[in-house]
Design a protein around this ligand. Structure first.
Ligand code: GSH
Length: 215
């Protein structure tokens, strides 16, 4: 049996819940982190010394770090569908996953989502927020040019390449911020919204997080 720990409002948990939905895996979900706590218990620290969510236990195999979990689940249960066995093809997914984690996520999730949305209005650092919004506009324009000739980041079908960056789309398009027109990204977002696993795992209303700097 697969068990997943993590609150559904967590961006990193959402990536994992989306893939679990795509794979149709039976699982048990245990809310943890934020208001649900549990991360400071010895049992949780024994699973993940970083005391962060998501964490999974797949029949005794414990994995933490969202991208490590995505790769593990795709390799273990995906039969090459989301993360190819062929190294050149697999690198298509890996490069977009790494780019999302090291470029898009710091600018969008930390810079914009935390800097703007999760920070109470009087504490917002507007020059920094504007710089990060502009960086995100550049990131999404770059993705727009890539998606001009393919429906998904890795090519013709959904793969792990889409999951980290695709998870950012719901919040990016819901926030009241300036965005450049990015019609290929918007078409990709519409394609993702047609997937029940995306709607269930990622399109989780986040109003409760506004102006809250606690986890
Ligand atoms: N690099 C880690 C980051 C994990 C992380 O920072 N998770 C956040 C939620 S997105 C967390 O556990 N925050 C503490 C909390 O929710 O209480 C990953 O990708 O899994």
């Amino acid at each position: 049996m697969l068990t997943v720990w993590g609150r559904r409002s967590s961006f990193n948990v959402q990536k994992v819940m989306w893939l679990i939905g795509e794979l149709g895996l039976e699982h048990r979900h245990i809310p943890a982190g934020g208001e649900f706590g549990k991360l400071d218990t010895p049992d949780f620290a024994a699973m993940n010394p970083m005391r962060r969510v998501p964490v999974i236990d797949d029949d005794g195999t414990i994995v933490w770090e969202s991208h490590a979990i995505l790769r593990y689940l795709a390799a273990r249960h995906g039969k090459g569908r989301f993360w190819s066995d062929d190294p050149p093809e697999r690198s298509q997914a890996d490069r977009w996953m790494d780019w999302s984690q090291t470029a898009l996520q710091p600018d969008f999730l930390l810079g914009v989502f935390w800097g703007f949305y999760r920070t109470p209005e009087p504490q917002r650092d507007w020059p920094a927020i504007r710089r990060k919004i502009a960086r995100c506009a550049e990131h999404f324009q770059l993705l727009d040019s890539v998606l001009a000739d393919r429906p998904y980041l890795g090519g013709d079908a959904l793969t792990l390449a889409d999951i980290p960056a695709g998870t950012a789309l719901y919040r990016y398009f819901e926030l009241e911020i300036e965005r450049p027109p990015v019609r290929h990204v918007e078409a990709w977002y519409r394609r993702l919204q047609e997937r029940p696993a995306y709607r269930a795992g990622v399109m989780v209303p986040f109003g409760e997080l506004r102006g809250r700097l606690d986890p």
